[in-house]
Design a protein around this ligand. Structure first.
Ligand code: ZN
Length: 176
């Protein structure tokens, strides 16, 4: 830790040697006055606060929180509780209304190109409906108003626009 070195040099403390994170944090806590008296104490405070925040971000990801897409402000990953009204971006602290974010994600999803297998998973996840990959392929084989195949993956799986498939399944009352 750079800051232990700075404190030892500037305050003439004995160098404790290379420490792992926990003992290093303990050493700094015990020598906090020495650290505060260092020329660049403010930088130390900023860096340590930042390191602390980064650690919190890593551990503060329990299973109850779900990925909520990317923050529109800073592009950071958003995590939120399913039944919360608001999501706070861990990176830029922007507070986002969850219903607004849900609609934004739903719109993004509509435009995604997916394979039939991916759509089976997405539809189960979002709408709680069980379909087969064949159901999706069949929508593209119909004589009248078939949905369009929008491309294919490198391994030749057909790609469909998720919104096209949702719309057809809604017409058939498979999903709400
Ligand atoms: Zn953000």
């Amino acid at each position: 830790m750079v800051w232990i070195e700075a404190v030892c040099q500037q305050r003439h403390y004995p160098w404790p040697g290379r420490l792992r994170n926990a003992p290093a944090a303990k050493w700094l806590a015990q020598h906090i006055t020495g650290l505060a008296l260092c020329d660049d104490a403010q930088d130390a405070a900023d860096e340590i606060t930042d390191a602390h925040k980064r650690v919190l971000r890593v551990i503060d990801r329990p299973a109850f929180r779900q990925y909520q897409g990317q923050c529109e402000i800073c592009q950071g990953d958003l995590y939120g509780y399913r039944d919360a009204d608001k999501i706070t971006c861990a990176q830029c602290s922007e507070v986002i209304r969850k219903d607004v974010n849900d609609r934004r994600l739903a719109n993004q999803l509509e435009d995604k190109l997916c394979t039939a297998n991916e759509l089976v998973v997405v539809i189960a996840d979002r709408f709680g409906a069980t379909i087969k990959p064949k159901t999706v392929h069949d929508l593209a084989y119909r004589k009248t108003n078939p949905i369009l195949v929008r491309g294919s993956t490198y391994d030749e799986q057909k790609l469909y626009r998720a919104g096209d498939v949702f719309a057809e399944l809604r017409k058939r009352k498979v999903i709400a």
